[in-house]
Design a protein around this ligand. Structure first.
Ligand SMILES: C[S@@+](CC[C@H](N)C(=O)[O-])C[C@H]1O[C@@H](n2cnc3c(N)ncnc32)[C@H](O)[C@@H]1O
Length: 313
């Protein structure tokens, strides 16, 4: 692949201005992604190495791109990256334009204009609506990060019977989540554990739940492990309750930028792979839909209210 045009755009973002630079960059990345689709794994590796030799120094003048590449918490997609995206898109000039140079500051902002960042913002709004519409107050977020969806106090203020369980492998994420939700009088319990271990005793650890969600988590697991997680969590879902997960789609338009710039690889899953995770779940009504940007899919699994539980109720 040839990165000459891309280098020209990135080198001259200041002269071009943010909006024209964003659209030129997106068109160029779309073209490069089409070329990339025809490469073998070996050719792709060489292309990535060439990209980095030519461009990484420029791109890493952006604080977000450099942070995402370096992964100071030891893994991709940590809660700080999620916060940087959210703050950039919703209220933060200083976060949006974080960079070593004027060029780096603009590359930071141009990255925040990309589909993946927009999809992350949309995901938070979707999640807020999901929480607000929960059939009851027994909720668990697995791979919770810093719970950006709960930063708006009005979300938790809507009901008084919350019993929230937050699970994450990263103690820093749990501390940040605690700080965010502590002002409310919600009953929140945090669990510092790897999800694969946690789900083995999910029923004892969670009890019946009206809503369990895993946002931005299954993308880091193979289909086999994703299936195991979903199947272990399903028994906790109460009749009428939901298990909702997200997973990036293979046609994510920002995929090349994430992988080449930030070494940020996801386990992309198609719609049918996602629906297949629910194949063996009893009383399950499954539905999958793509977001507005072609980045994430939302898989919603609702436990039907069986005649037996209706009679018992
Ligand atoms: C991309 S963030 C998503 C955070 C939040 N759910 C959201 O939608 O913004 C992924 C989170 O999952 C957590 N995570 C990743 N792998 C995990 C694992 N094996 N067990 C538990 N948590 C994990 C990370 O620590 C991180 O906080």
């Amino acid at each position: 692949m040839n990165f000459t045009r891309l280098k020209r755009i990135l080198s001259s973002v200041v002269e071009l201005g943010e909006e024209p630079a964003t659209s030129l960059l997106q068109n160029e990345l779309a073209e490069l992604s089409r070329e990339r689709a025809a490469l073998s794994a070996e050719q792709d590796l060489r292309a990535r190495q060439a990209f980095r030799r030519e461009l990484l120094q420029i791109v890493h003048e952006s604080h977000f791109c450099r942070y995402a590449y370096r992964k100071p918490r030891g893994y991709p997609g940590d809660f700080v990256t999620q916060e940087m995206i959210w703050l950039s898109r919703t209220n933060g000039q200083s976060v949006r334009y974080a960079g070593d140079t004027r060029r780096g500051r603009l590359i930071n902002s141009v990255t925040m204009n990309m589909e993946n960042a927009a999809a992350n913002e949309e995901r938070v709004y979707f999640l807020r609506r999901l929480v607000e519409g929960s059939s009851g107050g027994r909720v668990a977020s697995i791979g919770c990060g810093s719970c950006i969806e709960l930063w708006d106090p009005s979300v938790l203020a809507r009901r008084s019977d919350w019993r929230y369980v937050l699970v994450d492998q990263d103690s820093g994420a749990l501390e940040a989540a605690r700080r965010a939700v502590a002002p409310s009088d919600t009953a929140v319990r945090t669990v510092h554990e790897n999800v694969l271990k946690f789900v083995l005793r999910a029923e004892q650890r969670l009890g019946p739940c009206d809503l369990v969600y895993l946002f931005g988590l299954l993308d880091y697991f193979s289909e086999a492990n994703a299936r195991k997680i979903v199947e272990c969590l399903w028994p906790v879902i109460a009749p009428g309750g939901e298990l909702v997960v997200t997973n990036a789609h293979p046609s994510n338009p920002t995929r090349l930028w994430m992988e080449y710039v930030a070494d940020w690889f996801l386990d992309y899953k198609t719609e049918s792979t996602l629906l297949g995770l629910a194949d063996r779940l009893p009383d399950c009504q499954a539905q999958v839909r793509r977001d507005s940007f072609g980045v994430y899919q939302y898989l919603r699994l609702r436990r039907q209210i069986s005649t037996q539980s209706r009679a018992a109720g």
